[in-house]
Design a protein around this ligand. Structure first.
Ligand SMILES: [Zn+2]
Length: 599
């Protein structure tokens, strides 16, 4: 089974710069907007003249769209001003990513408009431009080809979605995104995960945003005789393996019962309210109730497609977005949990004319929306009867997936006439290639070569101190001391002095650290380092801080000899060095011992 799986990845990563086609900061806002703008969405007719299927689907939702406008937005985000020139910093980062993915860069590229199907863009389209093609990454199971790398605008951020109304925040609209698409070279869930992690590592080596929601990973999956299904919105690569396995199972089960599904006939929608006037069922009490018969559907609606998700669940998930129903009641489930009376069920069966081989569905919503749910369920059964529907599904935290929308059709792209052709000069290609950032795994190896232990390596990388570490290696070869004075000591001192890490960092800047580290191994020992830095933080100048405590070495030696007479020079040496670790120099101690011991 697994060998027959074909999968590809599509990864979207936000870049850490201002917006792509205006100078607004890429700043997410959760405070009150300055303005609220209301728009309606109409499907855009693409160049081929066909209305996009997905756009048409979305039109069914009868929604108005509200956009929150902040003081960090401008007219470009509300489509009242043409786009500015493409953000050069974002372009450079995209080029670096393309180089790291071994891809070929397009010297000339047309900025395109991609039809947006859900109102998440004020203009009805998203700008996107191809940057590179035909790259690859290596995985333990072989090479994975990268099909394209594009630079595009992020969509507006959904804040609220109720019936008939959807609210978006314009804060996210226009944040530069790099879109990476692999070829369907991935053969099993483990390889999908490995490739996702590898690409993630490459992205994080570049100037990208970090944290929840800044990277979105979609997986395209198909099995033989199945269809391409896109699973969107993996936040956590950990559930990728189990989700892909569940998805493969779902597709196989649909194929298994395809012919049974095909035989199902959906009867007319019937008002069933009269049978539930006195009902104890909380779901139906004092609500409109409709229902319909499914001929030849007995036992099929209850078939499980994913863990705890049946055909019935699939039908209701498909009908939800167009009808707003909360769910459906169907005859293949245990009806006891709804507290339906036997005669209520009998009446439904009689009214709908449900036979031994048939099933029925009950829904509760207004007539208008019941009709929409009824026709959606009919459409869904029709689709499932043909096999695995080609569609976009959402990844859930429990490793299952939920129907999101039909797969967008081909009529999605047309040229952005407001923008010039994007030309990438040879000089820029070369320049970005020369200064490629290192991957985390390479940085790790680099630090390990300096003999740092794993803990220090981790903390240097986590605190992003690699560059400073590199610079300070010119000053001293006490590499542990460099790492500690960049990472652990400032944290400790901040806590001890009750100051912020930032304040400590300003005092112990690179020049100060260089001046102190230079003396390690000469005037001070590695063990003195923290004490010296503490004095500097407390306000002493570097020169004074570097002076060691005055220790009367002769007195120490004399006292020890009288306390423990008759030991060897080596033994005295060991005792004193142990006690005054880092405070006395070996040579001075040896001189004092020779002077004071009776040889
Ligand atoms: Zn703007």
């Amino acid at each position: 089974m697994k060998e027959e799986l074909k999968a590809g990845l599509e990864i979207h990563q936000q870049l850490d710069t201002h917006k792509l086609f205006c100078k607004c900061p890429s700043l997410l806002r959760n405070d009150e907007p300055k303005l609220l703008i209301e728009r309606e969405l109409n499907p855009v007719v693409g160049e081929t003249g066909k209305i996009d299927t997905a756009a048409a689907f979305e039109k069914l939702k009868d929604k108005t769209f509200h956009y929150q406008f902040f003081d960090t937005n401008c007219l470009v985000e509300i489509d009242e001003e043409p786009p500015h020139g493409i953000n050069q910093e974002a372009l450079r980062i995209a080029l670096q990513i393309a180089h790291l993915l071994n891809a070929k860069i397009f010297p000339v590229s047309q900025i395109m408009r991609k039809t947006v199907i859900d109102g998440s863009n004020t203009s009805g389209f998203q700008r996107t431009v191809l940057i590179a093609h035909d790259g690859h990454i290596e995985t333990s199971q072989g090479k994975v080809r990268i099909e394209t790398i594009a630079l595009e605008e992020d969509a507006a951020r959904k804040k609220e979605d109720s019936h008939g109304k959807r609210v978006y925040s314009l804060d996210r609209l226009g944040i530069p995104l790099v879109e990476i698409t692999t070829k369907p070279d991935l053969k099993n869930p483990e390889q999908i995960k490995e490739a996702a992690l590898k690409i993630g590592e490459i992205l994080r080596a570049c100037q990208v945003k970090r944290g929840l929601g800044t990277i979105r990973q979609d997986v395209n999956i198909s099995i033989p005789k199945g269809q391409r299904v896109e699973i969107k919105g993996f936040q956590d690569p950990k559930i990728m393996v189990s989700t892909v396995l569940n998805e493969v199972e779902r597709q196989k089960k649909i194929l298994e019962i395809k012919s049974d599904l095909k035989k199902i006939k959906v009867d007319e929608l019937t008002n069933l309210k009269e049978h539930f006037e006195e009902t104890d069922c909380n779901l139906l009490k004092e609500k409109p109730v409709f229902g319909f018969k499914l001929t030849n559907a007995k036992g099929i609606i209850g078939k499980e497609l994913q863990p705890d998700k049946r055909i019935g669940t699939d039908l209701s998930e498909y009908a939800k977005p167009v009808s707003g129903i909360g769910g459906i009641i169907h005859s293949d489930e245990n009806l006891d949990k709804y507290e339906l009376k036997t005669n209520e069920i009998k009446n439904v069966i009689k009214t709908l004319g449900v036979g031994k081989q048939d099933a029925f569905i009950i829904i509760t919503t207004s007539k208008e929306y019941a009709e929409k749910a009824h026709s959606a369920i009919k459409q869904r059964l029709n689709l499932l009867g043909k096999g695995v529907p080609k569609e976009v599904r959402r990844s859930n935290p429990d490793s299952t997936t939920t129907f999101l929308r039909p797969m967008p059709g081909a009529a999605r792209m047309y040229p952005e006439t407001d923008c010039e052709l994007l030309r990438i000069k040879k000089q820029l290609m070369d320049e970005t290639k020369k200064n490629l950032p290192k991957l985390a795994s390479e940085n790790k190896r680099y630090l390990q070569e300096y003999g740092l232990n794993d803990e220090l390596v981790k903390v240097v990388l986590k605190q992003n101190k690699l560059q400073e570490f590199k610079e300070l290696t010119n000053v001293t070869d006490h590499y542990d001391s460099i790492a500690k004075s960049l990472t652990l000591f400032p944290i400790e001192l901040a806590r001890k002095q009750n100051q912020s890490k930032k304040e400590i960092g300003e005092i112990l800047n690179l020049d100060v650290l260089a001046a102190v580290l230079e003396k390690v191994g000469n005037d001070i020992t590695p063990n003195d380092l923290k004490g010296v830095l503490e004095k500097i933080v407390q306000g002493e100048n570097i020169k004074d801080a570097l002076k060691r405590e005055n220790i009367d070495l002769d007195k120490i030696v004399k006292d020890l000899i009288s306390e423990k007479p008759g030991l060897s020079i080596g033994a005295y040496m060991g005792l004193i060095m142990g006690k005054y670790k880092g405070q006395v120099s070996g040579n001075e101690l040896m001189d004092s011992l020779k002077k004071n011991i009776d040889l």
